[in-house]
Design a protein. Structure first.
Lengths: 255, 255
DNA sequence: TCCCAGAATTAGGCGACCCTAAAAGCCCCC
DNA sequence: GGGGGCTTTTAGGGTCGCCTAATTCTGGGA
């Protein structure tokens, strides 16, 4: 009651939609490359680099980011909390819209991208509960908990797989609807087992065995397909034929 | 291909959330009092009157409104289409969130108020389909069709009912969550038959018979309760006792 | 008819986000 | 060790939506 300069009870306004988008983008850049450069963010957010600099300054002044000029940014715990909360909303929404309302796989991302800024926590938790608290979204990406923890896994790219090796597709890291549609069309849903049959030299197409069918895909597409971590994959290579199904259920590691 | 000045194929950007809110407010003001004054809109939107003037000018220049300075505004067909589309989204969302996800009656409005600007038409139609294309929202308000027609009915206020008369509550025209909670608590859900037992003089409380219980409510609350149109009500008065249930099902006229 | 209270509009500003162009900094390669 | 190329930041604007204060208009009553 008399504390003069200590923790003031002032509560700043909730983060705006652009703020949530920036923090989400920083989180994803950090995850991918360990750090987030201005140009990475500009590309991810489809915004001019100068705009990123301005917003980053503001976010840093509000305690969401640490910014070392010319050196990129890092999330503070406060910023990470907002990012994970936003990602949870996004992925729960994607799961719900797909599973309950039948929104197609390749269109659900853009829908969730807008709704994630408008849905209340209460609503998101109701959706999660209706689905039995799923651990991954329909693209195979892990859903952070309401408490802000996430089971991130280091994933490899299908493009890096050794010929003859088998791996489980975990997710597709591209948002392009046409690409998503095509990936679904050739049967590469999250959780699918796929074997790299052959790789043509000089950036030529990769031959994949999906189920009992062989399909050829370009290296660009293959690079977008995230598969289980290379360590696990190395194991998978050795006993690929001997291990037809170890955990064919959920694409994410269930405990 | 050579038309020099005819209909240019330029498509302007989709209306922003504030624009949708303004047009919705104009629609509701027109419905209530036949016209929309600057001060009405300012009150409805919780915004300074000067802000309304500015926005109204912009909306008029974009063809959403007709504005006669110092005389108020009117929706153009284009503006009405946006308003009805927004109201449809809002009411379908309210219906879905209440019926499927169990969002409480008194909290669903604010949730829909945000989601209505973010949900795609496709999503809203999926929700409507999942519910079997409802005609009214949980507050009893009619839902416009996807084509933009609405079955508006002129509703009276419970406060204007003659003592002894019976009417069916159609909706509550107040967004105050505490009021909505109280109204639900005393059993006044949309569709409920209610009889005005007595009215204390000089702005005193009204005694209502709801089911087999009498409840007293203040005139302010009673004024918020919309009941079937007075013409129908007049009829209802005369054969109130003789007509226990004519269409006890849906509060809106089902064909 | 005149006047005045209340409603509406104009004037002048502010913050959030975005842009282009120009300047500055960083780093690798010669 | 000095450039040159790419990245980042600064400088200077623009739009949208909102605000307060000052001004103008409208309409009803004396």
């Amino acid at each position: 009651m008399s504390a003069p300069a200590a923790g003031p009870p002032e509560r700043d306004p909730p983060p705006s939609a652009p703020v949530e988008d920036y923090l989400k983008a920083v989180y994803e850049c950090e995850l991918r490359s360990g750090s987030a450069a201005t140009s990475d963010l500009a590309a991810a957010l489809q915004v001019a680099p100068a705009s990123v600099t301005g917003m980053v300054r503001r976010l840093a002044s509000q305690g969401y980011l640490d910014h070392v000029p010319y050196r990129g940014v890092q999330l503070t715990p406060r910023g990470r909390a907002v990012a994970l909360r936003t990602i949870r909303r996004h992925r729960v929404l994607e799961s719900y819209l797909t599973a309950v309302l039948g929104v197609p796989w390749d269109r659900v991302h853009e829908e969730a991208e807008r709704l994630e800024h408008a849905a209340s926590d209460d609503l998101v938790e109701r959706m999660a509960a209706a689905l039995g608290h799923p651990r991954t979204d329909p693209h195979g990406a892990p859903i952070p908990t309401a408490e802000g923890t996430i089971a991130e896994r280091t994933l490899g790219s299908l493009a890096d797989l050794a010929p003859g090796a088998t791996a489980r597709v975990v997710m597709v890291s591209d948002r392009n609807p046409a690409l998503l549609r095509y990936v679904a069309e050739i049967g590469l849903h999250p959780g699918t087992e796929v074997m790299l049959v052959a790789r043509a030299p000089f950036g030529g197409p990769l031959t994949l065995r999906i189920g009992d069918r062989d399909t050829q895909v370009g290296p660009t597409l293959a690079a977008q397909l995230r598969v289980e971590d290379s360590a696990e994959r190395a194991g998978a290579v050795e006993c690929a034929a001997a291990r037809p199904a170890d955990g064919t259920t959920a694409p994410t590691g269930t405990p």
